[in-house]
Design a protein. Structure first.
Length: 460
């Protein structure tokens, strides 16, 4: 077995890590961490440190770490048939079964599932499908996509453009010209603090209406949004937001893509965020919770309305020119089948609802007397704490002070609990596995209180 110092050296010399300060890592200012095991909510590194992962990896390990059932299903599939492609009508028992299981759980009016490997590539697929759809309908100008500032939809060329976070655009020549951004439904950060939630929703609607009028409805193909804004700050929508936005989209014949990469398969305490908020999407993006990240797999769930046009298109034009070597990979599909079975058997959707409510309430009451806590919000097992310099007039910290990252570091160092410093703003995010127990929720709440109080004392 390799020694840790040997691995650290190889790591620095050879491995290009995503979302990493490359220079700091190369210089050794940023330490590597080699993860070697996991069970339930806990992960373990090669130095033997056990950590409670209250972000489920990247909000993806919904069933928790180390579930033998999924490992066994992957091993069995690998032994029986590790790979065959899914082009021209090919498939495996696992991929066909999984497509059916997804549609059995999906909102009504959905028709078919296309399988990819990541949330990013699924959204890339979605935009191609939307363009194809409008070309088949002979509307060649109707191609632009509306996304929200602070939305997160991946980091490819199109999907990085859809993502409304500066970090993902800077120096990459993004966003592409076909993407336009509209307001984030972020009530806590409203400009006018006296505005009511209803007035704020109306402002989001007006600003979307104005954008559509400016660009021309005949140039806009689709709107993409996460039911709950995720990486942009973990922000549940204000009451009435989705209903009002959908009315605008319907009026202008604009398709709706619900990006459920985080919210799909239980995170909000319902199987899909679309059901949770009465969203009627034309396409749904799924990934993460589909396999609990035990193997890479994503999907685009296509509605009956869109599917009908795709079929018509192939009658006119021949086979659809879209597909990857690894689409519907049997090992990913086998992981997906075993994972969805476990979600049912372990009652994880209702556990997410109950434990999520307990956790969110617990955070609110434990943190209410700490002055830098400006907002505690959440839905299901997805929560955020936003920090402010002054609670009364809601002034934010200078981003250079890195208050959010300082708190995430204190949480890890003092209590061995992982929370995520969200990339834009001083926000600590939590998205533990859906199997979290009351005791585990209490540990995270206590650790959060300790870390926040500790940093508050240093900076105030
Ligand atoms: N969409 C949403 C809502 C996400 O949160 C993410 C990743 O966090 C993606 C898409 C991209 O998924 P991936 O990182 O698998 O490409």
């Amino acid at each position: 077995m390799l020694r840790n110092d040997q691995l650290a050296e190889w790591d620095r010399d050879n491995f290009f890590h995503p979302s990493t300060h490359l220079a700091q890592f190369a210089r050794g200012d940023l330490q590597n961490r080699v993860i070697s095991g996991g069970e339930g909510l806990y992960i373990e590194d090669r130095d033997g440190n056990k950590t409670l992962d209250a972000f489920a990896g990247l909000y993806c390990v919904n069933i928790g770490y180390g579930r033998q059932e999924v490992a066994d299903a992957i091993a069995a599939q690998a032994k029986e048939l590790a790979y065959y492609h899914s082009y021209v009508g090919h498939g495996t028992e696992a991929s066909i079964t999984l497509a059916k299981m997804i549609l059995d759980r999906a909102p009504t009016n959905m028709s078919k599932v296309y399988f990819g490997l990541s949330g990013s590539d699924a959204n890339e697929t979605n935009i191609k499908l939307v363009w194809y759809y409008n070309n088949v309908l002979d509307r060649p100008k109707k191609k632009k996509i509306i996304s929200r500032w602070r939305g997160y939809h991946g980091s490819g060329l199109m999907t990085g453009s859809l993502t409304g976070l500066e970090l993902f655009h800077n120096k990459f020549d993004l966003p592409l010209s076909q993407v336009v951004h509209t307001d984030a439904p972020y009530y806590f950060r409203r400009e006018n603090v006296d505005q009511t939630e209803a007035e704020f929703v109306q402002q989001c609607v007006d600003s979307l209406d104005e954008l559509i009028a400016r660009e021309g409805a005949d140039t806009i193909a689709a709107f993409i949004g996460e039911p709950v804004l995720g990486t942009g700050g973990i922000v549940p929508p204000p009451t009435g937001y989705w209903k009002a936005i959908q009315a605008v989209l319907k009026k202008h014949d604009i398709l709706l893509i619900a990006d459920e990469v985080v919210t799909g398969f239980g995170r909000l305490g319902s199987m899909f965020g679309s059901d949770h908020y009465d969203i009627e999407p034309d396409i749904i993006t799924i990934a993460k919770g589909l396999t609990s990240a035990y193997a890479p797999l994503s999907g685009s769930i296509v509605s009956k309305k869109v599917w009908k046009i795709l079929e018509e298109g192939t009658d006119k034009l021949g086979p659809i020119g879209h597909g990857w070597t690894y689409s519907a990979h049997p090992i990913g599909a086998a992981a997906g089948v075993a994972n969805l079975k476990l979600i049912d058997e372990m009652n994880l959707v209702s556990n997410a609802r109950e434990m999520g409510a307990y956790f969110n309430e617990g955070l609110k009451s434990a943190l209410s007397d700490i002055s830098i806590v400006g907002d505690v919000r959440g839905e299901g097992i997805l929560s955020a704490i936003e920090f402010v310099k002054d609670r009364d007039d809601r002034t934010f910290f200078d981003p250079a002070d890195k208050v959010g990252p300082q708190i995430a570091t204190a949480l890890l160092e003092r209590s061995k609990v992982i929370g995520r410093a969200m990339p834009q703003g001083d926000i600590l995010g939590f998205a533990p596995p859906l199997c979290m127990t009351k005791d585990e929720a209490d540990i995270i709440i206590e650790a959060a209180r300790d870390a926040i109080a500790n940093v508050a004392e240093k900076i105030l």
